[in-house]
Design a protein around this ligand. Structure first.
Ligand code: RIB
Length: 300
């Protein structure tokens, strides 16, 4: 049976240290023991949607190192179809993550094998991509690969969800395929010269729609999300929770959104569910390790 969600994106080993404060230039601080956890925006989305019971596949590349084995195992354990998880010689992607006292995170990504996921790989997986209900894309893999995957999906009638993370400039024809474009307030401001992340989310959503995406979702952390379509905007609340670690919460949100869209929800209904999944994802350490499973009680 065809997949509900196909993720084309990154897989990283997350090397996580908790710190009381981050070092300035030339400074050393001591942190917690190192935790090595499966992550990467693409893999996080695939695992989150798989845990929620979705039929999910991932097109991605690991390296041929121990991290690659860890990453494949995590995807497999979540029920994700890894038949298109390719292996390159050399290191897997790695994310160096510090988690601060406010449960906030700072991340540096070394792309490793993610940088070797090519348009050729996309074309070789066109059968899987084209048969999906929703194809989910982020920007930790080469941009030509993202553009190729978006076109392959759209040409075959699959819905394209584009998470502009990390924020980089993208061609307008890629934005035009997004339905929705998913951004946080900082990524929204990045796309909108002259606007600030602190601007009214309705204003940001309206301005983003003028860039061409069919719809937009602005994620707002504890403040929920703002959904924008040509018919108007709607605010979606987030349950109030005490965060432990916010790493990967946005990926869980996007995964849940994709899954509900694949199952026929309208965008606002899908975003209401996604906000609850995103809230659940901040309640534990790490990204994937805190994702809820199908049937788990979600914060409300
Ligand atoms: O969104 C969180 C993810 O960003 C982490 O898992 C890390 O791998 C980086 O890709």
């Amino acid at each position: 049976m065809a997949h509900e969600v196909v993720v084309v994106g990154s897989v990283n080993a997350d090397l996580v240290v908790r710190v009381d404060r981050r070092p300035g230039p030339g400074e050393t601080v001591l942190g917690s023991d190192l935790a090595t956890l499966p992550g990467g925006k693409g893999a996080n989305q695939a695992v989150a949607a798989g845990r929620l019971g979705g039929r999910v596949a991932i097109l991605a590349r690991t390296g041929d190192d121990g991290h690659g084995t860890l990453l494949r195992g995590a995807l497999d354990a979540a029920g994700v179809d890894v038949s298109r998880l390719l292996v390159s010689e050399g290191p897997s992607g790695v994310a160096l993550i510090t988690v601060g006292p406010d449960s906030d995170n700072s991340i540096i990504v070394s792309p490793g094998a993610n940088g070797r996921l090519t348009e050729h790989d996309v074309l070789a997986a066109r059968d899987v991509i084209g048969a999906a209900k929703v194809v989910s894309l982020q920007l930790e893999i080469p941009q030509p690969t993202v553009v190729c995957a978006a076109r392959a999906a759209a040409d075959a009638g699959a819905r394209v969800v584009l998470n502009l993370s990390p924020a980089v400039a993208v061609p307008s024809d890629l934005l035009a395929l997004a339905d929705p474009l998913v951004v946080n307030e900082h990524e929204a401001a990045f796309l909108l010269p002259g606007r600030e992340a602190s601007d009214e989310p309705e204003t940001l959503a309206t301005a983003l729609l003028e860039l061409g995406p069919k719809s937009v979702v602005i994620t707002r952390g504890p403040d929920g999300a703002l959904v924008g379509t040509p018919d108007g905007t709607a605010s979606v609340p987030s349950p109030r929770v005490e965060p432990v670690d916010t790493t990967g919460a946005g990926d869980a949100f996007t995964a849940a959104l994709c899954l509900r869209l694949a199952r026929g929800d309208d965008l606002e209904t899908a975003a209401r569910f996604a906000a609850r999944v995103g809230a659940a994802a901040v309640l534990g350490e790490g990204a994937q390790s805190s994702y809820p499973a199908e049937g788990d009680e979600l914060p409300s």
